[in-house]
Every structure is written in structure tokens, then in C-alpha cells.
Unconditional design. Sequence first.
Lengths: 426, 392
Amino acid sequence: MSEPESQAPLDADPEGYAPSVARRMAFYQRAGGIVTPIMTAVFAFLMGGIVVLSTGHNPWRTYKAIFEGSGLNWLFHVGNHSIQVPFTHTHIWFLWDTNTNHTAAYNLTQTLLTTTPLILTGLAVAFAFRCGLFNIGGQGQYLMGTIVGVYIGSRFTDMGHLPHVLFALTCAALAGALWGAIAGFLKATVGAHEVITTIMLNWIAYWGGSYLFGRDGPLQNHFNKAVPISDDIAENAHLPTLSGNPHLQALHVGIFIAIGGLIAFYLILNRTTLGYEVRAVGFNPEAARYGGISVARNFILAMAISGLFAGLAGGIDILGWQFRLGVLDVQVSNIGFIGIAVALLGRNTAVGVGLAALLFGALLTGTSTRSLDPEVFPPQLAGNLALMIQALVLLFVGADLLILYIWQARRKLRLPGAARAAKGSA
Amino acid sequence: MNAVPTQPPWLPTTRQVAIGGIVLGLFAFWLTIPPVSARSPWWPVLVGLCAIAAGIWAVTRDVRRPGWGAIAAGLVGIGLGLLSTRANVSNLDQVVVWSALLSSTLVWATPLTFAAIGGMFSERSGVVNIGLEGMMLSGAFFGALGADKFNSWVMGLVCAAVAGGGFALVHAVMAIHLRADQIVSGTAINFLALGLTGYFFIQIYGENGTPGNLPRIPDVNIDALGKVFGHLNLMIWLSFVLLIAAHITLFKTPIGLRIRSVGEHPRAADTVGISVYATRYAAVVLSGVLAALGGAYLSIGYLGSFSENMTYGKGFIALAAVIFGNWRPFGAFGAALLFGASTALSFRLAQPWGNASVLFQALPYVLTLIAVAGVIGRSVPPAAAGRPYVKQ
């Protein structure tokens, strides 16, 4: 508090550098409430709409079709429906229609299916961020989870249902954790920048997966050597489904695991010593070191836990609805990358990540070939539109800081005495 | 003082042993390919183990980096050697036609060279450019679009450069004036380019793809230069020119001194009157233009068509080349050649090895990971890379 001016979050340090990412994030975390993320998303959708308009399509109708494709309109279709009480044959009155043969309900289950891994890959980015690390290796960690998940799921066929599922999910999560921990270890020991190492690990997982399931690859299926795809996982390794036809990508219990992940994320960060240390390192590694916290240990642990979330996402996708993994699946997947936008839009908090994952899950499902009405807008275009909106969200998250800066500067100008007094008393 | 054991001068130093180990590791692989073509798996294993032994010996005597390098080279040599002894001989002869391999290496190295030298300028000025991939992709698409609409490859290159420069300008504004996190903004650029090029590609060309008669960047035919160098594409020659120009600019001119000082210590540079912002803007935009030219070479130089996400990671390999090449033009070029060779090999080896050849595509990333881990000589980025500067 001896130098109150240089302590302000967005001021430069004496060397002339802008404040560190972690410090800015910490400020961003506190400032502006929920308004800035919402404005970010709205601006991104507006800009996307301009592109749609400029190419001769109607943005309003397009977004309406995407909204309906995501199944979120289900929430507005209230009426007189019934729902079965679990484990009984009793039906009771329910406000919403849960019959997944109907389009809206089915689309909504698909949105939730996409939301599940997005929550977890979002947490993978968010957890590392709280430790001051930028984990853009969520994709590689997710892929490791899928690879190990499909391996365990298709082997060990004589295991019981629950042990098999738990074993496969645990191994998938540990594979992701290992992949993350490599980056954390390199950061902690030789100071290799985690962004560089995680990028490299992403692509190693990408080509490794392409090798393993490719033609004559070690994990290719045993039935048709012409198809570069893995064996199907055993029936015993399928996650239990909640509603819908299990062969048509039914909603599975993974969404609860993801919500459990959100709760675990909150509890670890806010209620445990580990979380305290992680956040302390995130705010200021030097101060944390001075306070007796092992920065190296926290870097490794934070990356491992991040990878754990992403690997779990991969395992859940495989055991929940994919059931097999092809070279193409490895190559076109970008769930881990979208996790970056999810985490940043959700401000690295549990609730924010959950909501942002739902937004992106709905966007991805609404723009998919299966859900979007091709009469209104071609799904191939819509998929790219979703990518653009995601990119714009990322860009505006950066621009947010400018808005906050202006906000802060304006307040300083208006209330110089009051601001100083408040700081002094704080 | 007087008890220090002196080494007889004819014995090699530990460092030389370690370097010898690296050479042995490569030799282990070389034995199994034409012209020697050793068929027994024992040869590469034996030679590779010697390399590893030399490496371990060096590491225990505190010559870490070359020692670990020798161990890695031995392992890689054994692995590759075993793989190729399993392949059949006549196939190997076809694969390892050195002249074809060399020209194919140059083809795959050229886009990497352009993008890597671009990325090097940006990072030297203190702005990390993760968006190289997106800038390359935009160059590939807008190069094809420009070449098609104006019916000239020159206009294709111009359009590519403008598009890449435009994306880079967005990154520059974000990174320099808005002081956004450069990784976030670079990632955004990648996705924006992926979405935008995909969107307009489908909107304009639909399912038919780019027309088959797209104007192509011409080859330079000089028969006197022989089989490999006689028929190279113009862009490949330009990449050599660029390499030399970049080296001279960066290390022999005041401009280069400014770029480097802005990237190492912006406050000091500012104090002596160098405009930090202007220098950084110029360097970032230049990186976008160069990356886009590399991308345009892929679409209108080499393949003659554009497809969605056609760069699939080339930009990241270029980024890896910048790091592997230690932020120097010749280093980046050497890394680009090495990585180009691994891509070329992965395609050439697809015949005898089948799917295992895709592992060569992962080699650049593995090598870069090893390099940043400090095993093969430590890579040290410019001091201010990734940190926005605030003028006082």
C-alpha cells in the first residue's frame, strides 16, 4: 500500500510493461459484473449477423433457425405433459414435453450432449488460468482421454458394468492429467512456456491418434481393415442413458459428471488448501514463493488437474455417445479449443463456465447439419459461422479490458479524491 | 591447483564424444536406407546403443545438452532403423530417391519458411504471434480467390498479402494498443480465419471447390541447375531471397536493431527515441503478410486449389520452427527444412510403411518440445515477447 497508484490493476509497472495476464484477469474477474460477458456474446452474435447479412441471408431468420436447432425453444413449449417417476410406473403431470421423438426435446438432448464435454474442457482452461497458466492444450488432453477411453472401453470386456465404466473414465482422466502434467512439469523445471508446450502436445496427440487408429495402426478395429476406426467399446462400458434411444445419441449421465466437475472446481479452488495455493500462485508467483508456497509443485498440479478435466471430457464422449474413435474424429474434433472461449467468456468461474458451455453447446448443435433447417440457412455455412462467433467472443474478451480501462480511468477522473480515500482506507 | 588431472590431447573431449553420439544415432538410421540398406535389425540397434552409451557417458560427466541429444538421436535412430528394416527393399529404393526427396522437402519447407520468418519478426519485436496458422490460411484462401477473380497469380499474391496483413493488423491492434493477451488474440485470429475462409469458400465456390484452371505461380526453369534446382517454383527461390534479406535486415541494419531492442527492452528503446508501437505494428503486419504469402504458395503455387482448413497445423509448425531456430532467420530456415523433410518423408514413406509414416508429421512437434525443454540447446525467446508495453 506504499505505492497505491502502481497497485491499481491496469497500471503499468515501472519497467513499462503492462500488468501480467493473471493480474489483469484478477481485475477482470471482479469488475463489471455479469454485464461485460453478456455484452461480449451479444457483440459477437451481432458481428456474425453482419457477415450473414452481407452474403445475402437473413440474419434474424438464421439465428431463429439456429435457436430452434439447438432445442432451447423446448423451454417455451410448455403444456400439459406427463413424466414417469423413476423406478415406478407412476406418471405425474409435468410442464414440459420429455418425449425425445419430438424435435425440440431431441435437439435439446443433443445440446446437452455437446455442453457436457464443453463444461469440462472449459474447466481445463479455467483451472490453469487461476494458477496463472494459459492451458491451450485442452484439445490434446481431450484427445488423450478419448484414445485411452476407447482402448479401455473396447478391452476388458469381462468386467462388470459399473467397474468398467469407472475404470475407463478414471484412465481417460489420468491420461489427460498426464498430458497436462508434462506441460506443467516443463514449466516448473526448465521454465518452458506452457503455451508452446501445450500447442506441441496438442499436435502430438493429433498425429498420434491418427496413427493409432489408421490403417494397420495398433488400435485399429479387428473387423474391417479398410476403415480407419477403432473397435467399438463393449456394451458394458456404455454410460447409462437418461432419455432417448441409446443408439441415436441418447442423453447420458455425463451431464451430471460435468456438473459435478463444476462443483468440484468451485470447492477445490475456494475451500481447500490446494485451491488457495493455486490462486495465490496465480495472483503473484513471487509473493506466493515468499509465503512458503511451492510454485513448481502448484504449476504441475494445476496443469494435471486441468488435464484431468479435459481427459474426463474425452472419456465421457467416448463412453457416452461416440462408442468408437476414427482418424477423422481425431482430426476434426475441436471441443478442447472451444473450451478456451468457454473459460474466457465464463470468466474462469464455475457458474460462468457452465453458462458459457451451454451457450456454445447450443450454438454448435444449432448449427450442425442434423439440427439446422437447411431451407433457412445452409449448415455448412452455419458451422463456419459458429467458428467465427467463437473467434469474435475471444477477440471481444480482449477488448473488454479496454472497456474496463476506460471505465476505471473515467472513475478516476471524476472522483480523484474519493478514489484515493477509498484506496487508503482499504 | 597442481593436482588437476590433465587429459592427454589425443583423447576426445566429453563434448566431442556426445556430438559423435548424435552422429552415430543418425548413422544408425542411415545404415538401413539406400544405398547401404542393411537388412538385419541388429545393425541399427547396435549403432544406436553405441550412440546412447556415448550420450549417457557425456551426461554423467555434466555435458548435458549434447549428451541428451546423443541419447535422443540413438533412440530415434533405432526406432526409424527398425521400421525401415521391416519395409521391403524395392519400396525403399523408390522412396529414398534423394533428388525427389530434396525437391519435395523444399516444397514443404517453403510455406514454413515464409511463415516462420514472419513469425520471427513479430516475436523479435515482442509480440507473440500464435495466429500464424490463421494468417496462412487466409493467404491460401484469398490468394486463390484473387487469382481466380483477377485471373492472375500476381493479383492472387497481392490479395493474399492484403488479407494476411489485415488479420495481422487486427492482432496488432489487440496486442499493442488494447494490450489484450496475445495468446487469446492469436487464438481468436486462428478461429476467425478458419471460420471466415470456410464461410466464404462455401458461399462463393460451394461444393465444386475452386476452379481447376486457377492461375498458378510459375516454376523457374533453369536446366543448367540440374534435376532438383532446375524446376523450382518461383516462391521457393523467393524464400531463399527472403531468408537472406531477413538476416541482413535483422542483424545488419538500424531497422533490425530497432526491432530487436523493442523486443528485448522496450523501455530502453523508448528512451532513446525509438517508437515502440510503430515498430511493433510494422513487424506484426509484416509477419501476417509473409505468413499469408506462404499460405498462398500452398494454394496457388503447389496444389492449385483451396480446401477448407488446408493448412492444418502448418502455421503451428512454423511457430515451432521459429522456436527451434532460436529466433534467427537461418535457424528458422534450417528448422523449416528439417520439418519440411519430415513432411516429405511422411508422404514418401506412405507406400512402404503404410500408416506409420504419419508419425513423421508429429516429428516437428516432438523435436520442438525437446528443444524448449532445454535438452538440445536451450531456446531463449526475446525478453519482452508476449508482454504489452505501456508508454509513459
